[in-house]
Design a protein around this ligand. Structure first.
Ligand code: GLU
Length: 417
C-alpha cells in the first residue's frame, strides 16, 4: 500500500500520547476530522468543453477557534492528503498558540495547464461550493501549494458577492489592496529562518559556519533561502521541480532568486560556471549542516533516511518526513524541528491579517515582523522545554504540546449535547 499521510499523522498522535501517559479517551476526538466536504467543480474551458475537477475542504478541529488552513491546487491532491494537512493545521495553531482550529482544502488539478480565465472560473466555482462551511467565524482559507494572493482575492470576492457586502476576513493571504497584511507573503519563510536561528543558538553555532540545503524554491523555500543567506549561512544547494543546483562553497542566492523570479524559469536552465546540476534525489543526500525540505510531503522516507548527511533538519514543508524515516533519523542522532513549529510563521501572520480585517486596521511591517518573532520564539522555548524535560524529539514534544492544548479546550467546553 502507498503512503497515507493521515495514517502517518495518527501514528504520531498515538506515539506522542503514549509517551506522556495520556489516556486515549482524552484525545480520541483528535483522531476524527469534524467535517469533510468533497465537491465536483465543473468549469467551461476556453475551447467550450466542460471539465469537472474534484475539490475538498476538511475541517479537522474547531475546539480552539475557527478552522484555519490553506487551499492547494495539485494534480496529486486527494482526500487523505487534505485530511492530514487539516489535522496538521490544528496542531500547528495549537503549537504557536493562536486561537484557531485546523482545516485544509484542495483541488485535484495541475494549475499550470489552465489559462488565467479557467483558473479564475475554477476558483470561483470551488469557492461557491464550499461557501456554506467557510466564513470569518467558521473557517478561513489561505494560500498553500500553487495558490496565491490572486486566488485568495477571487475567493474573497465570490464570498462577498454572495453576502452582498465585502468580507475581507473570509480568507487570508490576500493582496494588500484588498485587505492583505504586510509581511504575509514572506511570513512562512521568515518563521523558518527564525526557528533555524533558535536551533543554531541552542547548539552554540554561528550562522556563518553553517551550510544549508533547501529542497523547493516556491514561496517558502525561496524566502527561507534569502533570509538565511542574509544571516550569513552558506546555502550550498537548492532545487525546484526541474532539479537542483549545487556549489559546495555556497550559491550566489540573490542571483539564483533573480533568475527564478520570472515564474516560468526553472533551475535546470540556470547557467553559471560555479554550479553543478544535480537531481532532487542527490540534493537530499548532499552533505550539509541543516537540511530544509520546503516542497511536498513524503520526501524523507525509509529509502533515503540512512543516506542523509546533515546534523539538523528544519521542516519548512508540511509532512516531508515519514514516521519510518523519523525513527531512522532519531537513531542516527539527527535533530529534526517539525513542520508544525517550523512553518507556522505563515498561519501566524494569517492570524494577524484576520485580526486586522476584523478591526479594519492596518499594521506596520515592523510590528508584524516583531510580533511574528515573539510568537515563534515563545513556541520554540515551550517546545524545547518539553523536549528536554521529557527527553523527547522535537516532533513528539510538539505533538504533546498540541494534544494537551486541544484536548484541554475540548474538555473545558464539554460534550454537546
Ligand atoms: N498553507 C499554510 C500552512 O500550511 C498557511 C495556512 C494559513 O495561513 O492559514 O501553514
Amino acid at each position: 500500500m502507498g503512503y497515507n499521510a493521515y495514517e502517518n499523522f495518527l501514528a504520531v498522535v498515538d506515539k506522542a500520547a503514549k509517551t506522556v501517559g495520556m489516556d486515549e479517551q482524552d484525545y480520541i476526538l483528535l483522531k476524527h476530522p469534524e467535517r469533510e466536504l468533497t465537491v465536483s467543480v465543473p468549469i467551461k474551458m476556453d475551447d467550450g468543453t466542460i471539465k469537472v475537477f474534484e475539490g475538498y475542504r476538511v475541517q479537522h478541529s474547531s475546539s480552539r477557534g475557527p478552522c484555519k488552513g490553506g487551499i492547494r491546487y495539485h494534480q496529486d491532491a486527494d482526500i487523505n492528503e487534505v485530511r492530514a494537512l487539516a489535522a496538521w493545521m490544528s496542531f500547528k495553531c495549537a503549537v504557536v498558540n493562536i486561537p484557531y482550529g485546523g482545516a485544509k482544502g484542495g483541488i485535484k488539478v495541475d494549475p499550470s495547464t489552465l489559462s488565467k480565465g479557467e483558473l479564475e472560473r475554477l476558483t470561483r466555482r470551488y469557492a461557491a461550493s464550499i461557501l456554506p462551511i467557510i466564513g470569518p467565524e467558521k473557517d478561513i482559507p489561505a494560500p498553500d501549494v500553487n495558490t496565491n494572493s490572486q486566488i485568495m482575492d477571487w475567493i474573497m470576492d465570490t464570498y462577498s458577492m454572495m453576502q452582498g457586502y465585502t468580507v475581507p476576513g473570509v480568507v487570508t493571504g490576500k493582496d494588500l489592496a484588498v485587505g492583505g497584511s504586510l509581511g504575509r507573503p514572506e511570513a512562512t519563510g521568515r518563521g523558518v529562518m527564525i526557528t533555524t536561528m533558535n536551533l543554531l543558538e541552542k547548539h552554540n553555532l554561528d550562522p556563518k559556519d553553517i551550510s544549508i540545503v533547501i529542497q523547493g524554491m516556491g514561496n517558502v523555500g525561496s524566502v527561507s533561502a534569502k533570509l538565511l543567506y542574509e544571516k550569513g549561512c552558506k546555502i550550498v544547494a537548492v532545487s525546484d521541480v526541474s532539479g537542483g543546483i549545487r556549489n559546495k562553497d555556497g550559491l550566489d542566492i540573490p542571483k539564483v532568486l533573480d533568475f527564478i523570479k520570472d515564474k516560468k524559469k526553472l533551475l535546470k536552465d540556470y547557467e553559471s560556471s560555479d554550479v553543478e546540476h544535480i537531481s532532487n534525489k542527490e540534493l537530499l543526500v548532499t552533505e550539509c549542516d541543516v537540511l530544509i525540505p520546503a516542497a511536498m510531503e513524503n520526501q524523507i522516507t525509509k529509502d533515503n533516511a540512512n543516506d542523509i548527511k546533515c546534523s539538523y533538519i528544519v521542516e519548512a514543508a508540511n509532512g516531508p518526513t515519514t514516521n519510518e524515516a523519523d525513527e531512522i533519523l532519531e537513531k542516527r542522532g539527527i535533530i529534526l524541528v517539525p513542520d508544525i513549529l517550523a512553518n507556522a510563521g505563515g498561519v501566524t501572520v494569517s492570524y494577524f491579517e484576520w485580526v486586522q480585517n476584523l478591526q479594519s486596521l492596518t499594521w506596520d511591517l515592523e510590528d508584524v515582523n516583531d510580533m511574528l518573532k515573539k510568537v515563534m520564539d515563545k513556541a520554540w522555548k515551550e517546545l524545547d522545554l518539553i523536549a528536554s524535560e521529557n527527553k523527547l524529539t522535537y516532533r513528539i514534544a510538539a505533538y504533546v504540546l498540541a494534544i494537551r492544548r486541544i484536548s484541554t479546550a475540548t474538555k473545558l467546553r464539554g460534550m454537546f449535547p
